[in-house]
Write a protein that binds this ligand. Structure first.
Ligand SMILES: NC(=O)C1=CN([C@@H]2O[C@H](COP(=O)(O)OP(=O)(O)OC[C@H]3O[C@@H](n4cnc5c(N)ncnc54)[C@H](O)[C@@H]3O)[C@@H](O)[C@H]2O)C=CC1
Ligand SMILES: O=C(O)[C@@H]1CCC=N1
Length: 275
């Protein structure tokens, strides 16, 4: 028994196989999804996927287990127009902002699960938050959780209202961390290191600290204190980074708030535009 048994039998349709759809597909294939069970609909599919044994822009199976929608929110109306009404198929969307109500208008009576994943799903290290519509049963949510659980951790939300904040934090979050690596590497260069050495040190420091933060029993504040000798180098650095007015905390607060607000705005625009 694997989480993919039913999907391997009935099929999975992936509409949009770009950065996020591709990251999830990579993770699912690595964990036992049969490529022949996947129908990818994407007019501009990247060449790397053309010879992966997938059914590419082929007719949809009659009764697929799951329809995964992974196009940009602004392209969703077009994409929904291309998909026939599927009665017994779990509709799973990963699009930012796009609300369950938007999908219910497009697929009346369907079971919908809205998910916010992130791109570390490609290496099985994602975090996804999900919530279903009123029709979604425990079995539907279990199936969605199994699918997303194959590419990382999963949390269930209590209310769809939380989804824009989740998007602003963990959906967009990998970009913040990649920028942190860029910024640390540039700062290393500014104090005299070569670009290659600086990037290697920054990348492995973020990777190692992230892994330790997940693995350790202590919370991040304690792990930070463990690095910080009184009167030492870290204390000097943190005096700058933890400045209450100009440091990382107020900056991150504004960053996540801006991303969250943009998610809300996208949702409002799409609901106004209908399907
Ligand atoms: N990139 C990320 O880190 C994350 C993205 N998302 C969500 O995933 C969705 C996709 O984002 P990305 O993968 O970043 O975008 P992307 O632009 O990399 O991929 C979108 C794909 O959809 C295809 N497409 C466009 N119109 C289509 C249509 N009518 N039918 C079928 N395919 C069509 C494009 O050719 C492209 O390959 C968005 O809704 C985004 O909000 C969610 C979490 C994280
Ligand atoms: O930037 C975006 O809108 C998408 C949603 C979360 C990450 N990327």
């Amino acid at each position: 028994m694997s989480e993919f048994d039913d999907i391997n039998k009935r099929g999975l349709v992936l509409v949009g196989c770009g950065r996020m759809g591709g990251a999830m597909l990579k993770g699912w294939l690595a964990r036992g999804l049969n490529p022949g069970a996947v129908t990818v609909i994407d007019p501009k599919l990247a060449p790397e996927w053309q010879s992966a044994g997938l059914r590419v822009n082929a007719p949809l199976p009659d009764n697929p287990a799951v329809l995964v929608l992974a196009v940009k929110p602004q392209m969703m109306a077009d994409a929904l127009g291309e998909v026939p009404v599927l009665t017994d198929t779990l509709v799973l969307s990963v699009a930012a902002g796009t609300t369950i109500a938007t999908y219910e208008a497009a697929f009346p009576g369907a079971t919908i699960v809205r998910v916010m994943p992130n791109t570390p799903a490609a290496i099985g290290q994602g975090i996804s938050a999900l919530i279903g519509n009123a029709r979604a049963t425990d079995a539907d949510l279990d199936m969605a959780e199994a699918l997303m659980g194959a590419v990382g951790r999963v949390v269930r939300l209590e209310s769809e209202d939380q989804m824009d904040a989740v998007t602003g934090l963990s959906g967009s979050g990998p970009a913040y961390v990649f920028h942190m690596i860029e910024a640390m590497a540039q700062a290393g260069q500014a104090v005299g290191l070569s670009p290659e050495l600086s990037l290697e040190l920054a990348r492995m420091t973020v990777a190692g600290a992230g892994a330790l933060a997940v693995d350790a029993d202590e919370d991040p504040a304690i792990l930070r204190e463990n690095v910080t000798s009184p009167g030492g180098t870290t204390a000097a650095g943190l005096m700058v980074l933890m400045n209450e007015e100009h440091g990382l905390r107020p900056l991150m607060k504004r960053t996540v708030a801006a991303a969250t607000a943009r998610g809300r705005e996208l949702g409002r625009d799409l609901e106004r535009g209908g399907k």
